[in-house]
Design a binder for this molecule. Sequence first.
Ligand code: SF4
Ligand code: SF4
Length: 179
Amino acid sequence: MATKKKLVKKIKIDVDKCNGCRACEVICSALHATPKYSSNNPARSRIRVIRDPLADIFVPVYAGEYTAAECAGRDQYTIDGKQYEECAFCRASCPSRDVFKEPDSGLPLKCDMCESDPSLTEPLCVQWCLAHALTFEQHEELADDRLAVDEADVGLEALANKYGWQTVMDSVARMSRKA
Ligand code: SF4
Ligand code: SF4
């Protein structure tokens, strides 16, 4: 098994400091607009703030992995006496809800830690969170090469579910001819 070092990036969330301003959603969706910063639509954001203003609870949730299968079971959360809907705090893009899906194409969204060129010193949602509810940390650790292949498989499978394998393979063939 081949191993090499990889940079692990982490955003720590202090729910008690979040005031529900949604600045993180605005800047994330603007970063991922085409062209960049041309619009902002929270439905395109890779972070969503689950909120109950009456109970004064705001919980930022980051978009995680896509899953083609719905959960067989459901979780029920009660915080400060307020019950939250099933799936409220789940990070996955999945067939059973519209959260963390690109509004135009329906493709799954996943936080990419603001990967861009030139790279940012800190993800934009962290920079824009004036309440300091989000804190960025990074460190190096050993990586398994196979993980990158698994991630590529998941992305291709999501596209194939949406457009069909033949369309995806035609696109890949077209792109490889241009490369
Ligand atoms: S780290 Fe970047 S991509 Fe991820 S939620 Fe924050 S702004 Fe969006
Ligand atoms: S920017 Fe910070 S305080 Fe505002 S909603 Fe996002 S996490 Fe909460």
